[in-house]
Design a protein around this ligand. Structure first.
Ligand code: BUJ
Length: 651
């Protein structure tokens, strides 16, 4: 391992010397938290298992707007039979099991299993992306400079995490004083078994930090029927992809210090110069395959003598993709980050940092190991650190002294080559079917809605419901992701934004447009907003119904007995066929984000509500429908604006 041996560098300007001399130990961390990273972990509350009675009630309430009277009655009958029979038994079992697994949550195992057992390609179906804003100093967006700076900051994040000096994730209700140093000192003095309560009394909610172990040095490995998560935290190398070629170099020395940024930069220059033409058989395509197909080809790769190279890919700290093209517009950007051209990605990696030719940067992540909150935290820290404390400047071009980059060469045979060709053909076909389009709505944003005493999230969700009602002529199953990271090993719960209130509102805005005045419509929006806020709170507290019913079904399956009739109800299957799959995140460092539809006839809706506007980015396999949906969505939002302003609707 090469350390930061300054004697081996030549500098072209005094600025380099300045940067180099300040490259001391403190530059190995993003910060040094007063509170240790895992301080709250032992005293985090456990994810509650809702009462079965409550879950059934919530389930029936969510079914109501989706079903006709007869279907509803039938579903109700099945639900009652389940609740009083086999469901009761399963629920009791689930509670017993949960008591025996005090270290985790009831959903952790089943949810991970759900991801790892799915045989669908992970690209488009599971991996989301999040794109960073550009560096505010335009010259720092040079691809090499930005890739170096982001990489160094990412490694600093990793070092902080490993040294337990990364600030724990905390959700602050009153950030002013509970974020103060004095309060943090106080919390750090509390013993870990009680620390959570200390924070709780100040309305600061510590979040689960368990997912971060899989952020670095990790990969999903394809296996027949069920994939595995692999990590090797001892590995010190970075994986870099360029035009489908694979390169690795040690980015940490044996005691964990980051290589000198100039050395990292020199390695990246070396890679950029080497990988100029696209690899003949880019193995990255294989990670876009059906998982069983990929698992079989992987076996062949191992047998053909590629064990060491595969290990280097899987154990690398993370994957840096240096793309060779320039981003044209935000649609092109979404395509690039969500799936790229296939050859320059390794979708199995826990995450890949992608930097395009013009220095646009984003993350594509594998979803089984963790959720949006952890990835977003990482992105925020990396963005802030790389822009406030950049490791290299646009003028610092180190003269090459890069001897430690290894290009991975693979032994191929005809069968492997044809597997790559087939994967490529399937991938190309699939991505061409997918459309993605953004929408910016400028008439109002968060500030306006709060002033109108509306929940911003509820208003956006309602706009989707009204648009869907107009588009499909009925209410459709809708999923909104909600984090349950407030609990030990919590993951997510589903909010169901299609409700009897949103149905009534949708009918008023679409079907009975002429019948209501602005005041009446406002009242309808208001009830939707209140109910949505309530559902949101329930979900965040682990009091939804989706995960509970999912876990009971999982238990029934793992017992090997018959699947209860309740789950075979077409209505149960329908509500889980989420035509609208939605997720939001808000962050000052994020420019764009998105994910694929979860059903062939649906939309994947990523959105964010900013202070003075709101935006969303929607994916679909039906281009014409997407255009119409976007048109309706904008129309609904404009209608709401008219209502808020006291104007009657245009007809
Ligand atoms: O629900 C879950 O358990 C996980 C969900 C799954 N699903 C995506 C299917 C809902 N995963 C997440 O929610 C993580 C998603 C991370 C990406 C979110 C993208 C948000 C984009 C906001 C930016 C839009 C701005 C547009 C401006 C024109």
């Amino acid at each position: 391992g090469a350390g930061a041996d300054d004697a081996r560098y030549y500098w072209r300007s005094t600025e380099h010397a300045l940067v180099a001399s300040t490259w001391d130990l403190d530059h190995h961390y993003v910060h040094r938290s007063i509170i240790p990273t895992l301080h709250f972990q032992p005293s985090l509350p456990r994810l509650p298992i809702p009462e079965l009675e409550d879950s059934i009630k919530r389930y029936m309430a969510a079914q109501k707007p989706l079903l006709g009277d007869n279907e509803y009655r039938n579903t109700e009958k099945l639900a009652m039979t389940f609740k009083n029979g086999v469901g009761k038994d399963l629920h009791r079992n689930l509670i017993e099991l949960d008591k025996k697994n005090f270290h985790t949550s009831y959903i952790t195992g089943p949810w991970l299993d759900m991801y790892l057992s799915s045989r669908d390609p992970i690209v488009l179906n599971f991996n989301p992306f999040i794109t960073l804003k550009r560096d505010p100093q335009e010259s720092y967006n040079n691809q090499l400079v930005r890739a170096t700076n982001l990489t160094v900051s990412a490694i600093k994040f990793r070092n902080s995490l490993r040294s337990h000096i990364l600030e724990p994730d905390i959700y602050y209700v009153n950030p002013e004083w509970s974020k103060s140093k004095a309060f943090k000192r106080f919390l750090s003095l509390l013993p870990t078994w009680i620390s959570w309560y200390g924070a709780y009394f100040a309305e600061a909610y510590p979040l689960d930090m368990s997912q971060y172990v899989h952020l670095f040095n990790s990969s999903r490995v394809p296996k027949q029927d069920k994939d595995e998560l692999f990590s090797d935290h001892a590995a010190r190398h970075l994986l870099v992809m360029r035009n489908g070629h694979f390169y690795v170099f040690d980015i940490l020395d044996p005691i964990g210090n980051i290589l000198h940024p100039y050395e990292i930069q020199a390695h990246l220059i070396n890679i950029l110069q080497d990988g100029e033409t696209v690899a003949e058989y880019p193995l990255g395509y294989l990670t876009t395959e059906n998982r069983n197909t990929w698992a079989a080809v992987r076996e062949q790769l191992l047998q053909a003598g590629n064990e060491e190279s595969m290990y280097k890919i899987d154990s690398a700290i993370f994957c840096l993709c240096l793309d060779s093209f320039i981003v044209q517009n935000s649609t092109h950007l979404s395509h690039c980050m969500l799936h790229g051209y296939g050859y320059n990605r390794w979708f199995d990696k826990s995450f890949s940092l992608i930097v395009t030719g013009d220095g646009t940067a984003g993350i594509n992540f594998e979803h089984s190991w963790g959720d949006g909150i952890a990835v977003l935290r990482f992105i925020n820290e990396v963005y802030t650190d790389s822009t406030k404390h950049p490791a290299v400047t646009p003028r610092s071009t180190a003269v090459l002294c890069s001897t430690n980059v290894e290009k991975l060469e693979f032994h191929m045979n005809e069968s492997i080559q044809s597997a790559v060709t087939v994967a490529r053909q399937k991938f190309d076909k699939q991505i061409h079917k997918m459309t993605v389009k953004p929408l910016e709505f400028r008439k109002f944003g968060k500030k306006y809605l709060i002033q109108e005493r509306m929940s911003p999230d509820a208003v956006f969700q309602l706009a989707c419901q009204v648009a869907a009602y107009r588009h499909f002529g009925k209410m459709v199953p809708t999923y909104e992701a909600c984090s349950t990271a407030g609990f030990k090993h919590g993951r997510t719960e589903t909010i169901r934004p299609a409700t009897i209130y949103t149905k009534q509102c949708a009918q008023a805005f679409i079907r009975d447009r002429k019948k209501y005045n602005a005041q009446e419509l406002r009242k309808l929006i208001d009830s939707c907003s209140k109910y949505h806020k309530f559902l949101q709170m329930e979900a965040a507290l682990g009091q939804g119904f989706d995960r509970h019913l999912f876990a009971l079904r999982y238990l029934a399956e793992s017992r090997g007995g018959p699947i209860p009739e309740f789950y075979q109800d077409p209505a149960y299957q329908y509500i889980n066929h989420n035509i609208l799959s939605t997720s939001t995140l808000s962050s000052p460092s994020v420019f764009l984000g998105g994910f694929g539809p979860v059903v062939p006839d649906g939309f994947g809706i990523g959105y964010n509500i900013y202070d003075y506007w709101l935006g969303c980015n929607i994916t679909s396999y039906m281009e014409k429908d997407l255009d119409e949906f976007l048109f309706s969505l904008e129309g609904s939002l404009s209608d709401f604006f008219d209502v808020f302003e006291g104007r009657s609707l245009n007809t």
